[in-house]
Design a protein around this ligand. Structure first.
Ligand code: SF4
Ligand code: SF4
Length: 108
């Protein structure tokens, strides 16, 4: 299975990516040791990222953040660093393309 790229952007399209089979996801998981991060107090709980994530590693957090909104967090151990969540998130700065446990509250 190979990745195809959108003819209009250099990013892998969400539509294309969701058709990747499980073996490709496992391969990505083995190759990537880094993760994306949701900035807890910037996230507004829109949850567009949740349905877009191909490995279901984005979860809702308890209570509200300092903005008073719902918030989500990424399971660093499961994230395959694909970047789709960052592409679909409508809130500027809510997701950063690196593993930053200092920015994300991660419930135990
Ligand atoms: S990270 Fe972005 S898309 Fe995901 S819940 Fe927060 S605001 Fe919504
Ligand atoms: S980078 Fe990919 S795997 Fe990681 S949380 Fe975002 S959508 Fe999910």
């Amino acid at each position: 299975m190979s990745f195809s790229k959108s003819s209009q952007t250099s990013h892998i399209s969400v539509e294309t990516y969701t058709r990747i089979d499980l073996s490709a996801v496992e391969l990505l998981r083995e190759k990537n040791t880094v993760s994306h991060t949701i900035v807890t107090n910037t996230c507004e709980g829109v949850a567009d990222c949740v349905d877009a994530c191909p490995v279901a590693c984005i979860h809702d957090g308890p209570g509200k953040n300092t903005k008073g909104t719902d918030w989500y967090w990424i399971d660093f151990s499961t994230c395959i660093d694909c970047g789709i969540c960052l592409q679909v998130c409508p809130v500027e700065g809510a997701i950063v393309p690196e593993e930053r446990p200092d920015l994300q509250t991660t419930p135990n």
